[in-house]
Design a protein around this ligand. Structure first.
Ligand code: AP5
Ligand code: MG
Length: 238
C-alpha cells in the first residue's frame, strides 16, 4: 500500500470535496470519497444499490458493513500503486468505521498520518449545501456566495412541503444547473448535519488522542483554506 494516508473530515459543505481536489492534484494522492462512490451507484438497479441511493438521498448514513466493503474494494484496486498516497473524504463517519480503518491499515502495516478537520458553523454548512448547484462540467455556483450569472428561482417540491426547491439556470447559455438530490431536500440537509453532530464529531477525540488532528477554519476563502492545508501536509510529510 502507498505511503501517505490522510483523512479529511468536516460537516457537509465544509469544503472536503473542494479541498480534496487541490490536495490530490498537488500531492498525487488518490481521492476516495465514500459519498462519490455511493452516488456512482445511481445507474445500478440491484437491491443493494437501490438501498444505498435511497439512504443517501434521505441524509442518513449507509450501514457500516456496506460502507467498509465499498471502501475496502476501492483500496484494493490496482491503480493505487500509481499514487503517492490516499486521501479519504467522508470516511470514517462514526466510531465503528474509525476502528475498522485502524484495524485494516494495521493489517497492512500502515496507519493514518493526519486527520484534516474543516471547521464550519452549522448555519454556513446549511447554506453551502442547500445553495449549491453545478453545471455539466462540474463548475460550482452557490445562491448565497457565488451566484453571479445564474438565474435563481424557487418551485414547489414534489411533496409540496416547505421550503420550496431551488432552481438555477445559467443566464448566458440557458443551461439548467443541477443539484445533488440530498442537497435539494432541506430535511436531508438538516439530517446530514445532525448525523455529523451525533456520530462523526465524537470520532475526533480518538484521533486527537493519537496526535493526528489538524483543524482549519473552513469559513475563509477557498484559497486561504487550501494554503493552510498544504502547509499542514508539508509539515506532516517530513
Ligand atoms: P458526502 O458526499 O460525503 O457529503 P457530505 O459529507 O454531506 O459533504 P458534502 O459533499 O456535501 O460537502 P463537502 O464538505 O464535500 O463540501 P464541498 O467541497 O462540496 O456524503 C453524502 C452521503 O453519503 C451521506 O449523507 C451518507 O448518506 C453517505 N455516506 C458518505 N460517506 C459515508 C460513510 N463513511 N458512512 C456512511 N454513509 C456515508 O463544498 C460545498 C459548497 O461550498 C460548494 O458549493 C463549494 O463551492 C462551497 N465552498 C467550499 N469551500 C468554500 C469556502 N472556503 N468558502 C466558500 N464556499 C466554499
Ligand atoms: Mg463532498
Amino acid at each position: 500500500m502507498t505511503d501517505l494516508f490522510l483523512l479529511i473530515m468536516g460537516v457537509q459543505g465544509a469544503g472536503k470535496g473542494t479541498q480534496a481536489a487541490y490536495i490530490c492534484k498537488a500531492y498525487n494522492l488518490l481521492h476516495i470519497s465514500t459519498g462519490d462512490l455511493f452516488r456512482a451507484m445511481k445507474t445500478r438497479t440491484d437491491p443493494l444499490a437501490k438501498h444505498v441511493i435511497a439512504t443517501i438521498n434521505s441524509g442518513a448514513l449507509v450501514d457500516d458493513e456496506t460502507t467498509n466493503a465499498v471502501l475496502q474494494d476501492r483500496l484494493e484496486q490496482d491503480d493505487l500503486k500509481d499514487y503517492a498516497g490516499v486521501l479519504l473524504d467522508g470516511y470514517p463517519r462514526n466510531e465503528a468505521q474509525a476502528q475498522w480503518l485502524t484495524g485494516y491499515l494495521n493489517s497492512k502495516g500502515k496507519a493514518v498520518n493526519a486527520v484534516l478537520v474543516l471547521e464550519l458553523d452549522l448555519y454556513s454548512a446549511f447554506k453551502r449545501s442547500f445553495g449549491r448547484v453545478t453545471n455539466a462540467d462540474g463548475k460550482a455556483f452557490n445562491l448565497y456566495s457565488n451566484g453571479e450569472g445564474v438565474q435563481w428561482g424557487f418551485e414547489k417540491s414534489p411533496e409540496n412541503v416547505f421550503p420550496p426547491r431551488l432552481t438555477a439556470t445559467l443566464k448566458e447559455s440557458g443551461e439548467t444547473l443541477k443539484r445533488r438530490v440530498d442537497d435539494a431536500d432541506a430535511f436531508a440537509v438538516i439530517g446530514r448535519i445532525e448525523k455529523f453532530l451525533d456520530e462523526t464529531r465524537p470520532v475526533l477525540p480518538y484521533y486527537e488522542s493519537l496526535n493526528l488532528l489538524e483543524k482549519v477554519d473552513a469559513d475563509q476563502p477557498i484559497e486561504t483554506v487550501r494554503k493552510q492545508l498544504f502547509s499542514i501536509i508539508d509539515k506532516r510529510k517530513q
